[in-house]
Design a protein around this ligand. Structure first.
Ligand code: NIG
Ligand code: FE
Length: 400
């Protein structure tokens, strides 16, 4: 049960505090039910909080609950054998063209029961929860047939009944297409009808597509986006991961919430994203695992004012990782983000990448999804290589 209390003697993560309360002062967060009712300096606590129980934190750091805004964590099977193949020289694209990669996970996912899919997802969710994650986006895309795409999304939604976490679902029917079909036929006959069926069942918060030589062309992804617009659904894209297909420009034209990966993003792509307010979701786990050498243009994104988010991309092929804290460390070391940018990348900017306005900031009116860390310096979260000591996780005002 949630109640009312006030966290005092806290170091509030430096982000959009009410007033100009610096984070080095003694900060306070007032919680009423599932909502933040006050966030700021202790000396500014409103009188109406006088009677509420106080929980002094001894100067510990408080951040918003972390948000993993790009995952594929409902799936079955392992791709460890392919990892071995990659270690002896095969590339990600070669393995996929030979019918492995995403296709091997599709095969395993189709043959798994809902219970098996849920059990695997919960194991991975528990790892994310232990890092202080309170919101997770989960994509479909390992079904590539109507039934399995819908099953994946239903399982993703089910997670909220088993764990204290918010799940955002993304329809990624345009992740790959079966070997025996043309891409356009797959879109017409399977992907777009599946999108409609999933939306009708309330299973879709956003629509995504894999724009790549081994995926779909920009023109094909545009068909997906147009269909999403008809259904009133916001869009996102996997773009410029292995080559420049102009996916980010297309996404910006469709006012996409985010464009993700972006190692091969062009200057025009940066400008288009800046103008559209599309968030750049950087995925250092996939960059690391695929031993990419070309980095996303972080300096240009920064200069253009494109908001940058970070996510695990948790998936069995290119990023079998389940630590958002480790993604923060990788974002700093591999891509050159500052610790502050990494923190914003898994809170405020991650919320924007999901179109969420009630999470991601320490601000009154926001949902009380909070982490209390056994550190005082926010840089510790990025510095410790996936090992920051979470003292308490609060989800909707409740410690859990
Ligand atoms: O984000 N690029 C497409 N999707 C995933 C990889 C999926 C897979 O290999 O199973 C990604 O990296
Ligand atoms: Fe992905």
């Amino acid at each position: 049960m949630s109640d009312c209390y006030i966290l005092t003697d806290a170091r509030l993560a430096p982000m959009h505090l009410e007033g100009e309360a610096g984070y080095s002062q003694s900060g306070a967060i007032g919680v009423e039910g599932d909502t933040i009712a006050f966030a700021g300096a202790e000396i500014d606590i409103p009188e109406r909080f006088d009677q509420m129980p106080r929980r002094p934190l001894g100067g510990r750091l408080v951040t918003p609950g972390l948000i993993d805004c790009h995952t594929h964590l409902v799936y079955h099977g392992s791709r460890a054998r392919e990892f071995e193949m990659r270690q002896t020289g095969a590339s990600y694209e070669e393995i996929m063209r030979a019918g492995g990669g995403i296709f091997s996970t599709v095969k395993a996912t189709r043959s798994a029961t809902d219970e098996e899919l849920l059990a695997g997802a919960l194991t991975r969710i528990d790892r994310l929860i232990s890092d202080g994650t309170t919101t997770v986006e989960i994509k479909s895309g390992y079904g590539l047939d109507l039934e399995t795409e819908l099953r994946m999304l239903r399982v993703a939604r089910m997670i909220e009944q088993h764990r204290p976490i918010r799940i955002c679902t993304t329809f990624l029917g345009a992740h790959a297409f079966p070997k025996h079909m043309e891409a356009d036929d797959y879109l017409t006959e399977i992907c777009l009808p599946a999108m409609e069926a999933a939306a009708a069942e309330g299973l879709v918060d956003a629509v995504d597509g894999f724009c790549e030589t081994v995926g779909f062309s920009a023109r094909q992804i545009e068909r997906v986006f147009e269909h999403a617009a008809k259904l009133g659904l916001p869009v996102k894209i996997h773009a410029e991961q292995l080559s420049d297909q102009g996916g980010a420009i297309l996404a910006a034209r469709h006012r996409a919430l985010s464009a993700d990966h972006l190692e091969f993003l062009s200057d025009e792509g940066v400008a288009a994203m800046a103008a559209a307010g599309t968030v750049a979701v950087l995925l250092p786990g996939a960059f690391y695992m695929l031993k990419e050498t070309r980095k996303p243009p972080v300096e240009k994104l920064r200069e253009a004012g494109v908001p940058m988010a970070l996510a695990t991309d948790s998936n069995p092929g290119s990023s079998p990782m389940t630590s958002l804290l480790l993604a923060m460390n990788m974002g700093a070391i591999l891509f050159g983000l500052s610790p502050q940018e990494c923190l914003e990348g898994v809170t405020d900017n991650a919320a924007r990448a999901l179109g969420l306005s009630q999470v991601g900031q320490l601000k009154s009116g926001m949902r009380a999804d909070l982490n209390i860390w056994d550190v005082t310096d926010p840089a510790e979260l990025t510095y410790r290589m996936g090992d920051a000591p979470l003292q308490q996780r609060i989800f909707g005002g409740v410690t859990c």
